[in-house]
Write a protein that binds this ligand. Structure first.
Ligand code: ADP
Ligand code: MG
Length: 444
């Protein structure tokens, strides 16, 4: 039976790019085979969906070639299988242990958290709390910062670290939403005492995204008591938030002062060097060997968050396996450009745009940036202005400067005017769309 799968894999290996094969086929196991069925085990649901939508035919055809008969390919998701096995075999006690296990993501650790000047302090504080939870003034520790910058990662890393050091440590990790939902459901079931007890059992309480406590007074009240109880018993509390407590609205004063009573640290967007390091690390994790110039290109343009960097790598992998092509500079550019959307701050200048508009409208470049109010000229000007805003994401002032020192309200008016015309005037809409496409593609 294993032989069949081995043969199928060999065949797929020779017909797919190496990284596509490694990503999608290496992790699959054959768990059953009959005359008309092949049952494959995949690591997760996403995997299953990806394989089904992209490789279904290829798998069935290969299987058919090898076995000489048509086979139905079925999948099972391995995590589910393991879990059902575990729970059905587990004794009562170990069942309880499973239930009590904190919901920690094992992949979020300190060792794979890349340090840069943007997160150094937050990482150091988190590590220090992990080494001696509850034992110093970093209690509570609050990590705040924008989305996708590693707050949740650090929170889980703390939990994982403590659990590694001390298996019996009671760690409770929850988002503030989960805390709220648990609380509400305890009210509905008349079990508020159980609720308080369960959270107060913690040695370490990790609460993600406390901004969701805003305006929920009853929940805040509950959290306040849980917090105090734990704090008085020297238990460690760590929280994350997308903003400073003082910037949260609808937070009771006493909770605010609790939040601010320990150490508050921020995570900032990664700088260029850190972005490069993150991309290299994520590429390596995915078995991708990216040349430096490609990494540099990505790090130059994708700036907002680590999550964005991560998903750029994943899209790159997905694209290349989908279209059966190797990853080269063009593909990298394409993916980056797509992620940036229209506001791409990329190598294109006002001059390029005006030039293209001039070609398309047969109106002289000088006239476009000049002062004539003749209708076709004014229209070409407005289109150019609109494109500068859409493609380069330039500010109104900046565009104004480049178009003969026009006022920013004039620029805004031009953008609005074209936006409206795109909706109502087919000719303009077509012209603008094709110019936009041309210009964007000329970047690739
Ligand atoms: P946040 O909670 O701040 O919105 P996350 O912790 O969910 O962000 O991070 C988003 C993704 O980026 C996660 O997959 C995380 O592992 C990754 N990530 C964030 N910061 C780093 C870092 N410094 N090093 C490695 N991976 C990181
Ligand atoms: Mg988060």
């Amino acid at each position: 039976m294993d032989n069949i799968w081995f043969d199928i894999k060999e065949q797929l290996k020779s017909s797919l790019p190496a990284h596509a094969y490694n990503t999608w086929f290496e992790p699959i196991n054959l768990i059953g085979h009959s005359n008309n069925e092949l049952v494959l085990e995949v690591p997760n649901q996403f995997f299953y969906e990806w394989i089904e939508s992209h490789y279904k035919n290829q798998i069935t055809k290969t299987a058919e070639t090898i076995t000489g008969q048509s086979l139905d390919v079925k999948y099972t998701v391995s995590l589910e299988r393991k879990l059902t096995l575990e729970t059905s075999e587990a004794t009562h006690q170990s069942k309880k242990a499973i239930k009590d296990k904190p919901n920690l993501n094992k992949r979020y650790t300190f060792s794979n958290f890349i340090e840069g000047s943007n997160n150094q302090f937050a990482r150091a504080a988190a590590l220090s709390v992990s080494k001696s939870p509850g034992l110093h003034s970093f209690n509570p520790l609050l990590i705040y910062g924008g989305v996708g910058l590693g707050k949740t990662h650090l929170l889980h890393a703390i939990g994982n670290y403590i659990l590694d050091e001390k298996e019996t440590a009671k760690i409770i990790i929850a988002s503030s939403e989960k805390f709220t939902l648990d609380f509400i459901s305890s009210i509905q079931k008349n079990k508020t005492i159980d609720f308080s007890k369960s959270y107060r059992k913690a040695d370490v309480l990790l609460i993600d995204d406390i901004q969701f406590f805003q305006k929920k007074e009853q929940t805040q009240e509950q959290f306040f008591h849980t917090f105090n109880d734990l704090y008085q018993h020297g238990k460690q509390i760590v929280m994350t938030s997308d903003r400073l407590p003082s910037e949260m609205s609808g937070l009771t004063d006493r909770l605010l002062s609790r939040f601010e009573s320990g150490l508050v640290v921020d995570v900032q967007p990664p700088d260029f060097e850190t972005r490069v390091a993150i991309l290299m690390e994520k590429a390596e994790q995915n078995g991708l060997d990216l040349p430096y110039d490609m990494v540099e290109f990505m790090a130059t343009h994708i700036k907002s968050s680590v999550r964005e960097l991560e998903s750029t790598i994943i899209r790159l992998l997905a694209y290349s396996s989908l279209s059966n092509c190797d990853i080269d500079f063009n593909l990298v550019k394409k993916v980056v450009l797509e992620r940036l959307g229209n506001g791409a701050p990329i190598d294109i200048s006002t001059t390029d745009i005006v030039k293209r508009v001039a070609e398309a409208t047969k109106i002289n470049e000088k006239e476009i940036v000049g002062s004539s109010r003749k209708r076709p000229i004014a229209e070409a000007r407005q289109i150019s202005i609109y494109l500068c805003r859409e493609i380069m994401g330039s500010s109104l002032m900046e565009i104004g400067m480049n178009f003969g020192g026009r006022d920013h309200t004039t620029i805004l008016h031009a953008c609005r005017n074209i936006e409206n015309k795109i909706k109502s005037d087919k000719r303009i809409s077509y012209l603008v769309r094709s110019l936009q496409q041309d210009l964007t593609f000329s970047l690739i």
